[in-house]
Design a protein around this ligand. Structure first.
Ligand SMILES: *Cc1c(COP(=O)(O)O)cnc(C)c1O
Length: 404
């Protein structure tokens, strides 16, 4: 018999989406005609745009020709794409050799965890995207379970609620080796300001920590004063790496493409460069992103492609505006500054699963309970703007009618 990896047994039951489905199905049993609308899932719905679709099609077709065929490429990604990402998205703040193209930001998080190994301590925002903690636990980052504080010794949860403007209290923060930080945040949608990121960077520097910055939603930032990348912050190159993705901004959730930027100045405590180990991991357990998709991405970064990316983002942002306006009209307190596709709605005194059930049963609208992202998400629910326009409008109308 094979021993089960005991770290997997330490994972908290992944019950969020199964439980959402269980409650949905229960409603449908009692009320088979209910037309349920989901504002819950962080999955994209808008079709790919024409210029990008054409590039993907041409790339696929060219593989069927003798001149156009290619097999394995560089594990780090096509040079032309690495250069274009560095130029177009980072305006030269990073070097093309520091950009590693991949099959997605979540997958890169998993491989980063493999690189850092089990002997690190980590900090995550609470609430947070689940892979930071779960991927770390699988690799063995836990320490002992501490019953009195109900957490593993080696994982620090940085509480982010309305009381601290959804930014951790850095002054009272425990030192950890790694700090996962996502901005614009999933699930809260909150974007850290330049000053806040500077504080985080200074903290990491003083503690010789490494920040793993998740910029998957950076394209949703329209306020020019807000940083889209951690590399916009002074002094950051010795303390941070950045993970990003085309999943949400151009609808590549199913097509798959992301990247990680590791600056050459980032080092381990023995002086070795992190970029060398990242290169080693990339070449060992990854064989490069799809060549078709990488060619599609070259088109995304053309003038026409960037314009289409903006249109896709604008479409979801208009959805978000409609949801926010509806919540305001209902008198529901919610947080959204126009720079993310998620709206974080606050129901003081009510458990987030109770809010979930109330919206489901009364308006047949599905949201995501905030507690599913961490205990600091209690009393909140997440509204996602990744939906079809007509359904968003209908959901908002129903909520207004039933909840007024
Ligand atoms: C969607 C999302 C990603 C992107 O993951 P991919 O693997 O690139 O699809 C990364 N981080 C966060 C916080 C996300 O919500």
């Amino acid at each position: 018999m094979v021993l089960r990896n005991k770290n997997i047994a330490k994972l908290q039951a992944g019950y969020l989406f199964p439980e959402i489905n269980r409650r949905k199905n229960k409603l449908l049993e009692e009320n088979p005609d209910a037309k349920i609308i989901s504002l819950g899932i962080g999955n994209t719905t808008k079709p790919l745009t024409p210029y990008i679709t054409k590039a993907l099609k041409e790339a696929a077709e060219s593989l069927g020709t003798a001149e156009g065929y290619s097999g394995y490429g560089d594990e780090q990604g096509m040079t032309a794409l690495r250069e274009k990402i560095a130029e177009q998205l980072y305006k030269g703040l990073v070097d093309a050799n520091e950009v590693f193209v991949s099959d997605g930001g979540k997958c890169d998080c998993g491989r980063l965890q493999l690189m850092f190994g089990s002997k690190v301590t980590i900090a995550v925002q609470d609430p947070a995207y689940p892979v930071y903690v779960d991927g770390s636990v699988i690799i063995g980052v836990t320490g002992d379970y501490n019953e009195s504080i109900k957490r593993f010794d080696n994982i620090v949860y940085m509480k982010c609620t309305a009381e601290n403007n959804f930014f951790p209290d850095i002054k009272s923060l425990e030192r950890t080796d790694l700090i996962y930080f996502c901005s614009p945040n999933n699930p809260t949608g909150v974007v850290a300001t330049r000053d806040q990121l500077k504080e985080l960077v200074d903290f990491a520097k003083a503690n010789k920590s490494i920040i793993i910055f998740d910029a998957a939603y950076s394209e949703f930032i329209s306020d020019p004063n807000l940083p889209r990348s951690i590399f916009e912050i002074e002094g950051v190159r010795e303390v941070a790496l950045e993970v990003s993705s085309f999943s949400k901004s151009i609808g590549f959730t199913g097509v798959r493409l992301g990247w990680t930027v590791v600056p050459k100045e980032l080092r381990f405590d023995n002086g070795e460069q992190v970029i060398n180990d990242w290169n080693r991991i990339t070449c060992t357990v990854f064989n490069g992103a799809s060549n078709i998709v990488q060619k599609g991405c070259l088109a995304v970064l053309d003038k026409e492609g960037l314009k289409e990316m903006q249109e896709t983002v604008d479409f979801y942002m208009e959805n978000a505006r409609l949801i926010k306006k509806g919540l305001d009209e209902m008198g529901v307190k919610s947080y959204w500054t126009g720079n993310s596709p998620y709206i974080w709605a606050y129901f003081p005194g009510e458990k987030s699963w109770d809010v979930f059930s109330r919206l489901l049963n009364e308006a047949h609208v599905v949201v995501t309970p905030g507690s599913g992202f961490g205990s600091a998400g209690e009393e909140y629910v997440r509204f996602s703007a990744f939906g079809h326009r007509n359904l968003i409008i209908e959901a908002v109308e129903r909520l207004k009618e039933k909840l007024k």
